[in-house]
Design a protein around this ligand. Structure first.
Ligand code: SF4
Length: 237
């Protein structure tokens, strides 16, 4: 198996989307994907980058591109994989911020101390955290042994961060509406909540909940926590 290239200075990068109009609310952005994840979710569509032998791309051309796009793009999204596993995440964000970009971080919430550190240094402008399931189904959905105290600490850190944030739940077929409601009670009072339609990765995966069920669950979540937007069914939702 090929070993991933290690760097003492640069952040490891497995993918780069040069332009996006949907990944940072209201701002044209680029998206950087970091390799590796400490989860293996049943619906992960980034399986090619979460493996230990994920192919990497060099950091320098990414930074050079971002420097050239100042004025055309206004934000950078760091997604994954799980970015908080990256040793040089902070150094990368510092570089990006010198160009004047706003920074959004996507996370699975397993590293609250990393979030706290970045927030205390005012390095983030937006955080999006995936919550996966009620506590008793977290391990089943993520195929991993999750420290729920860490998840709860991340939720608290993000809710108290004072910066715009969102939480999102993918409505996997393994979850019922009651599971979804139990999950969202963990983030009651959050800025924005998104219920995302599940997309099977192949024909062997379980089928998604029908759209009307997803919409009804979204309405039930909105009644429970005060807001919910359904994503992934089409532009009208
Ligand atoms: S947390 Fe995200 S990147 Fe990691 S396995 Fe789950 S869906 Fe994939």
């Amino acid at each position: 198996m090929n070993q991933p290239r290690r760097s003492d200075t640069g952040m490891l990068i497995a993918g780069f989307q040069k332009t996006s109009f949907v990944d940072y609310p209201g701002q044209p952005c680029a998206v950087v994907f970091t390799p590796y994840c400490n989860m293996d979710c049943v619906y992960c569509h980034n399986a090619h980058i979460i493996k230990r032998d994920a192919p990497l791309i060099p950091e320098d051309p990414v930074l050079e591109y971002l420097e050239k796009r100042v004025g055309l793009l206004s934000a950078v999204v760091i997604s994954g994989g799980e970015p908080t596993l990256q040793q040089n995440l902070e150094a990368f964000i510092l570089r990006v911020r010198t160009f004047g970009y706003a920074v959004k971080l996507d996370t699975n919430g397993t590293k609250p101390q990393v979030l706290l550190s970045l927030l205390s240094k005012k390095l983030l402008d937006y955080i999006a955290m995936d919550i996966k399931a009620p506590a008793n189904k977290y391990d089943e959905i993520t195929h991993s042994c999750v420290d729920m105290d860490a998840i709860r600490r991340s939720i608290a850190v993000i809710r108290n961060s004072g910066i715009p944030h969102e939480f999102r739940l993918t409505f996997a077929p393994q979850l019922t509406q009651e599971d979804a409601l139990e999950t969202v009670r963990m983030v009651k009072g959050c800025d924005r909540f998104y219920l995302q339609q599940y997309r099977p990765r192949n024909d062997l995966d379980p089928r998604a909940h029908p759209p009307n069920e997803v919409l009804k669950t979204g309405e039930a979540i909105a009644r429970e926590i005060g807001n919910c937007t359904v994503r992934g069914l089409g532009p009208e939702h």
